[in-house]
Design a binder for this molecule. Sequence first.
Ligand code: F3S
Length: 91
Amino acid sequence: MHVVAEPCSGCKYTDCVVVCPVECFYEGEQMLYIHPEECIDCEACVPECPVEAIFHEDNLPDEWKNYIEINATESEKCEVITEKQDPLVDE
Ligand code: F3S
């Protein structure tokens, strides 16, 4: 499974959601989350993120390991997002 980590927080470029073939991104206020049971590990989103926020769980830097749990719990609470939006930061 893939995980959205800290660089997305306060960014939300949303380039990732457009390429996801299974629509497994969910939108929180500050960042997006991947639903762990929906992600098929296609990796399409990984190169799309301008701030390199998306990792395979096995490649997550140690300081962001907690995002595995955060993605799992927060994706359950949020609405699915499938269309690009304006980011929270200036492009
Ligand atoms: Fe976040 Fe990168 Fe997607 S900043 S919204 S993971 S393109």
